[in-house]
Write a protein that binds this ligand. Sequence first.
Ligand code: MTE
Ligand code: MO
Length: 198
Amino acid sequence: MTISRGFFGHHDPRAADLPPGQHLTHGFPVLTAGPTQLIPTERWSFTITPEIGEPKRWSWDEMTALPSEEITVDIHCVTRWTKLGTRWRGVALDTFFEDVETDDDYAMVHSYGGYTTNLPLEDLLGGRAWIAYEFEGEPLHAEHGGPARLLVPHLYFWKSAKWVKGITMQRSDEPGFWESFGYHTYGDPWREQRYADD
Ligand SMILES: Nc1nc2c(c(=O)[nH]1)N[C@H]1C(S)=C(S)[C@@H](COP(=O)(O)O)O[C@H]1N2
Ligand SMILES: [Mo]
């Protein structure tokens, strides 16, 4: 069966895919607190540091040699834009965590340039989060977090740290950059968890 756009009148055919309070964008806005980081791949590395135990580090070549996936997902910014059907290539966080021993339930994600964001370890696992390094078939542009960013599309997009550098594991859920300025500690767009009290 085919359903023409006209069937839905003037409403967007995928309006059902919009979380509450969001509107569609067809562009790709750039949102960065501070300057764009320019990190050559030779200088890029990604480190997971448990609270107790050995850190594990991947160079660019080691990271890109890991099995990657093509991911098509909707992304939701807390400033109310949603972009449907974005296509990325990346390595699932499950793959990195296979090599890490940790008893810690929370993660603090760190970026080159100092940005941070927190989330439960659980939300990085189960095929729901990636280190992404291609967007729409091209190397990820620096303004969107290239050479590599975190991609956690089931949470508001501020959790998807650009120029990702590492993850430190922690026993408790400490706030990252926006979270310490009053944004929600978890940030589920479907429950409209924008600010601390939502
Ligand atoms: N390092 C870093 N990552 C970041 C940000 C930032 O300022 N610095 N902004 C966040 C916010 S608020 C959003 S909405 C998205 C924007 O990603 P984009 O610029 O690729 O659209 O990146 C997130 N990751
Ligand atoms: Mo954002």
